[in-house]
Write a protein that binds this ligand. Sequence first.
Ligand SMILES: NC(=O)c1ccc[n+]([C@@H]2O[C@H](COP(=O)([O-])OP(=O)(O)OC[C@H]3O[C@@H](n4cnc5c(N)ncnc54)[C@H](O)[C@@H]3O)[C@@H](O)[C@H]2O)c1
Length: 404
Amino acid sequence: MRIAVLGGDGFVGWPTSLHLSAAGHEVHIVDNLSRRWIDTELGVQSLTPMDSIQERCRIWKQESGNSIQFHLLNLAREYERLKQWLLDHRPDAVIHFAEQRAAPYSMKTDRHKVYTVDNNVNATHNLLAALVETGIDAHLVHLGTMGVYGYSSVGAPIPEGYLDVQIDTPAGPRDQQILYPTRPGSVYHMTKSLDQILFQFYAQNDGLRITDLHQGIVWGTHTDQTRRHEQLINRFDYDGDYGTVLNRFLIQAAIGYPLTVHGTGGQTRAFIHLQDSVRCIELALGDPPKAGERVRIFNQMTETHRVRDLAHLVARMTGAQVKPLPNPRKEADENDLIVRNDQFLALGLQPITLHEGLLAEVVDVARKYAHRIDRTRVPAVSAWTRDIARRVDHDPEGRKLRAV
Ligand SMILES: NC(=O)c1ccc[n+]([C@@H]2O[C@H](COP(=O)([O-])OP(=O)(O)OC[C@H]3O[C@@H](n4cnc5c(N)ncnc54)[C@H](O)[C@@H]3O)[C@@H](O)[C@H]2O)c1
């Protein structure tokens, strides 16, 4: 297949591009490199030393003999170029990762809220409108998030996209399936909820073939392909805005930083290892919906864990301290989470679940590149409201502790 990977320079997009290229597909990365600019804005860098995207593609060609083409394009701003690109390349499938994906970044200031909505909603809508206008019948696979559902304890498993409901009508009760209600907990999650409505409309109105993958928090850093050469190494975010919870615990442990647990740590979240994430995307590509079918929605996660349990697991493994901090987010202190993922299991996914070997691999990577970490960028300080901002701890390590 000819596959366009939109956002293919990112944390999940790069290993996905390599995985699909290794499987024999013709891969085109389309990215505006905004994520690299955001690192510059925030004054942080990936824990791992990432080469330019052009250099990464050159090394991949040298290692595998397969080409990956890179195209610099802003999906949210360059609608006419996007249309022309689709006409010129006529992909069989489009994987859409190209959004601003950090909840804390989306909540930093009003400017970050505006940017996130503008970038994410326009990127998705431009793509949908361009597919219709060009008549290209590509299967669109989008990366959404489990976070659209919010994290209140419902007591029942979260189904894969749709909920059976019964509506009382004058003629008696009627059964219906509706999109499972979203309850976004940040501006970022709100944009992913809006994406769902855009997909529903374009599938129903124009017969676009769309799969929406509601992904859990991705952890790990290597895949079979990124291990093949030092310069194929993946991005690894550790900072308070882009670093995600388990990966952050692992780097904190590696550099002797306390494991920063927000609130009671009673938040339960869904997780998936990076290797499974790329595998799930491949499985979804192989099973497209037909034109006229509703959007196919998968829960792309393999396990759920409570944050404090993860912190204690990493602490036991590494001897790190656990430090509870005031929560910068507005969210429930404690929640349960049960998620169905039957569709990927039925397609043959054999989940890689959390085990010490893989956790230790991340700690080893973090130790190797520890010299690249700016400790002042580790705390998560983007607060969800002005009131919450007053209680955020900007220096969880504490001066005294650092001096010791
Ligand atoms: N990382 C996770 O834990 C996680 C969890 C759930 C869902 N997701 C979703 O998966 C997708 C990829 O996540 P990631 O961690 O790889 O993010 P990332 O920020 O590392 O990668 C996103 C890529 O998209 C590009 N991009 C952003 N806006 C663009 C635009 N307007 N035009 C062109 N390119 C643009 C960025 O430059 C970047 O390379 C995101 O949509 C995210 O919401 C990620």
